[in-house]
Design a binder for this molecule. Sequence first.
Ligand SMILES: [Mg+2]
Length: 87
Amino acid sequence: MRESTIENYLVERVKAMGGEVRKVKWIGRHGAPDRLAMLPGKTLWVELKAPGEKAKPHQVREHERMRRMGQRVEIVDSCERVDEVLA
Ligand SMILES: [Mg+2]
């Protein structure tokens, strides 16, 4: 399964739940998560990967910086994981 298939599923699910999804890119910095998912009472940053693929070291470093500031960052590499992180 391709990363884009999982990404499309995420977008569909968040919309179906009444939320908003945005594609994300930092200006002047690498490692931004792919998507910001906003739901009533819940906000999460999502890095999408093909099944079994891991975040790259520079992405991991950025995710850790964000988590230290209280942000929720999830690595999602399957449709099942999409359902899990949105539950
Ligand atoms: Mg990605």
